[in-house]
Design a protein. Structure first.
Length: 284
């Protein structure tokens, strides 16, 4: 056989795609920066990207809803009233915000060469034993929250007995219209279905994977949980106890999703917490 024919019979070498999609059995591993400055820049970039995605969703979704209501013949006062008092409009707005940001994350991961389901840990569902661990994780979280609350109360009594630094009894403003009857199903979807799915994809799926990949597990846990707490701070009233609660809860959500290598476990744990809150606030 001639040299020419032997060359043509050789299979062509294929360059591996950098950052390409991995299969479920070959989990995605991000390259850790070689120095602290590079790590800081990448971590800052991820946080900035997270804020940008969240900002885009918060702007684009209301704009779409307002345009739709305008086309339907509503004036400015009517639209404002619908945003404040109509649970169906509030649900639609919540779903649209979640959908826009989730779609942006999905497209961004594909653009980066990742398989979104694999990257976000959505390719494995928890088994029966892991479902039990989800329930146990909620119990441990609740005990941890109680201990943290008692600790804060004791610290306040020592440092500032007359003027509390944090209102431990401050309730969370859910921003929902007063509703009853069949409207409770809309509230249920708005609290127990949409936020656990969207927030887990955004925080524990997208942000944590990148932050821990560039800064390590400890940095990833701390930054993700701090950002999750800030998202629930309620800047109008500065609900610090809600921020502390969600910071602690985020640690458990990260733990259970990473232990099971499944974001579904975190979604279920999150839905359990929100479901209990729904029962206490609207059904009890």
């Amino acid at each position: 056989m001639s040299k020419e024919s032997s060359k043509t019979n050789k299979p062509a070498a294929v360059k591996p795609k950098v950052g390409g999609a991995k299969s479920a059995s070959n989990p995605i591993v991000l390259t850790r920066p070689s120095n602290k400055l590079e790590a800081f820049i990448k971590l800052f970039g991820v946080v900035l990207l997270g804020f940008l995605l969240f900002f885009i969703g918060q702007i684009a979704a209301p704009l779409v809803v307002v345009i739709g209501l305008r086309i339907a013949g509503n004036d400015t006062d009517q639209i404002e009233a619908l945003f404040q008092d109509n649970i169906a409009v509030q649900l639609g707005l919540t779903a649209l915000i979640a959908g826009i940001i989730t779609l942006a994350i999905w497209k961004l991961l594909r653009w980066r060469g990742h398989d979104p389901r694999s990257f976000l840990l959505l390719n494995k569902r928890p088994n029966k034993g892991e479902l039990l661990e989800v329930v146990l994780a909620y119990g441990v979280y609740f005990i941890t929250l109680l201990l943290a609350t008692f600790g804060l109360a004791a610290l306040e009594y020592i440092l500032s007995p007359e003027t509390p630094l944090i209102d431990l009894n401050q309730s969370q403003d859910l921003g929902l219209a007063t509703t009853a009857g069949s409207g409770l199903w809309l509230v249920f979807v708005m609290l127990v279905i949409i936020p656990p799915i969207f927030e887990e994809i955004f925080f524990r799926g997208f942000l944590y994977r990148y932050l821990s990949g560039f800064g390590g597990k400890v940095i990833g846990v701390l930054l993700t949980s701090i950002l999750f707490g800030i998202a629930h701070l309620e800047f109008g009233s500065l609900n610090w106890i809600a921020a502390i609660d969600t910071f602690i809860f985020s640690i458990f959500l990260i733990y259970i999703s990473q232990k099971h290598q499944s974001l579904y476990s975190a979604i279920l744990l999150h839905a359990m917490k929100n479901g209990i809150a729904f029962y206490v606030l609207f059904l009890r």
